[in-house]
Design a protein around this ligand. Structure first.
Ligand code: SF4
Length: 228
C-alpha cells in the first residue's frame, strides 16, 4: 500500500496503534470530527475573554472542569507563558487553520506562531499529567517538520493546547521524539497488511474497532471488580 504524503491524522492514529490506522485506512470511513470538537478548539482563540468571564458564563462553554478551576488553570498557564512572550504568540498567531504540506507529511496546523515560526495544535481532549500524549508528540513533530519544509527554516519546538482544560504544553523536537516520528512514518509508508495488536490493551477500551479486532476489553463491571 504505497503512501505519498502521510496525513497528520493518519500518523497520529498509527502512533496510537498501527492496527487501528490499518482498519481506518482500509475501511475509508468518514473521519470528520464531531461538531463539539470545533467548539472546544474555538476556545483556544478566546483565552483572555474566558479569563474575564464570570462562572455563570463559563458554565455554558465546552470546558471540562468547573469554572473556578478552569480560570485558575488558565491564569496559571498565562503566568507561565507570558514572561517569554509565548502567551501573546499563542493569542496572536500569524495564521490559523493552515494546510501545511511538507516533504513527507501534510495536514492542518491550527495556529502558526511567529518569531520564531512554530506550529500549535489544538487538542479537544484531556492532557496527560505531564508533557503530551505519545501520539500527539508524533503529530507535533510531523507538523513542525512540514512547516519547516514549507518555510525553508528549522523548527525546534511545537505546542499543544488543551483549551477545554486551560492547559498549554510545549513539545521540544528532541532526538528521541524525532526518532519515534520516523519510526511511525516508516510503519505507515511500508505497511501492506494488518499489523499486530497493540500490547497496551488499555488503548483498546476506547477503540471503535475493538470487536472487529477480536480483543477483549475490560468492562466497567470488571474494572469495579465484578466478573463479566
Ligand atoms: S482494538 Fe486495540 S489492538 Fe485493535 S485496533 Fe483498536 S487499539 Fe489497536
Amino acid at each position: 500500500m504505497p503512501v505519498d504524503r502521510v496525513s497528520f491524522s493518519d500518523l497520529r492514529t498509527a502512533a496510537y496503534c498501527p492496527r487501528k490506522w490499518y482498519y481506518r485506512r482500509t475501511r475509508d470511513e468518514d473521519r470528520e470530527p464531531p461538531p463539539e470538537v470545533d467548539a472546544i478548539r474555538a476556545l483556544a482563540t478566546r483565552y483572555e475573554g474566558l479569563l474575564d468571564s464570570p462562572s455563570g458564563v463559563l458554565e455554558d462553554e465546552p470546558i471540562a472542569v468547573a469554572p473556578a478551576r478552569y480560570r485558575d488553570r488558565l491564569a496559571a498557564t498565562k503566568r507561565t507563558l507570558e514572561d517569554d512572550g509565548h502567551w501573546t504568540r499563542l493569542l496572536e498567531p500569524r495564521a490559523q487553520a493552515v494546510l501545511v504540506t511538507g516533504r513527507r507529511c501534510r495536514g492542518i496546523v491550527h495556529k502558526v506562531l511567529a518569531d520564531p515560526i512554530e506550529p500549535a495544535l489544538v487538542s479537544a481532549g484531556e492532557p496527560p499529567e505531564h508533557g503530551v500524549w505519545s501520539s500527539q508528540s508524533v503529530h507535533a513533530v510531523a507538523a513542525a517538520k512540514a512547516l519547516a519544509w514549507e518555510h525553508r527554516t528549522s523548527i525546534d519546538r511545537a505546542w499543544i493546547e488543551y483549551p477545554a482544560y486551560g492547559v498549554v504544553r510545549s513539545v521540544e523536537l528532541t532526538t528521541r521524539r524525532k526518532a519515534r516520528y520516523r519510526s511511525v512514518l516508516r510503519t505507515v509508508r511500508e505497511l501492506d497488511g494488518p499489523p499486530p495488536r497493540t500490547s497496551n490493551r488499555s488503548k483498546c477500551t476506547a477503540c471503535e474497532f475493538a470487536s472487529d479486532c477480536g480483543v477483549r476489553t475490560r468492562t466497567l463491571r470488571s474494572l469495579l471488580g465484578f466478573t463479566d
